[in-house]
Design a protein around this ligand. Sequence first.
Ligand SMILES: [Zn+2]
Length: 297
Amino acid sequence: MNKPSTRRKPEHSTHCRDLCGGSTTGLRHVLSAMPELAEVEWYRKQWNPARGDEIVDLSLHPRNRVFRGTNTRSLQEDLIGEKLLDSGVRGKRMLFRFSGDNWLGIHLGMTGKIRVESANFSPGKHDHLTLYQRKRALVFTDSRQFGRLRFHQGLDEPDWWKSDIPEIISPEFDRKFVGQFLDRHRKAPIKAVLLMQPGFSGIGNWMADEILWRAKILPSKRTGKLTGREHAAIFRATKFVVRKSLQTLGKNFSDPPRTWLIHQKWKRDGICPRHRTPLRHATIGGRITAWCPRCQK
Ligand SMILES: [Zn+2]
């Protein structure tokens, strides 16, 4: 654990202020502004204490955008009396399985969050779904409503959950898969390709920058210009960043290692953790990107 006195508060770029409202409550707030796979994994686990317990009541905002395409009446009627069994995560998506062949899919979007409250909780304006159990309330909240809640009934998992895209931590995400995916997007800058969910499931803006910094590759470099060695470096860095993020953020929302780029990337005077060269910033692939002009070529 870091001592509170040594934790530096990040300064906020205009973009970051957009995302997190200019709050300076610390790095964790910046990270959680746009959940990527490690944050999603952490949120998924918040409802773990509720497994095995029955849903006794339910409250939702039926016309809210987060329920687009979902039969909220069925959700309201059918989930009561059922037990939460387990949950899983794929990229940035979560699926919660309930008894009685009921399934609830959650995508956090930009500002979605999952938490547990006491059993007498009253939902606020942004708490679009609250599942009450005898001992607690399970809450989904989303101020900007880019998140999504989907309800499904059936013996088999929902079609919208099925996927051939390998999770990065799985053995199917290998050199060959990455090489073929990069070859299919030769014209795009590599930063944009790392944000493509069919290839890099669960990767978002901060992880993509971290991967490229670690692999020492310029984010604006055309993917078709990458060498075989650079393909290998991207593959290794992706596995590493994902594994470490799951061990820190994904496990208990603790910060990734202090030597990572994430601790510098939002600062106006951020420096490369390798040799303290000032970082550069530009919009690449539609997202604010930070890189070191000295070690990323
Ligand atoms: Zn550097």
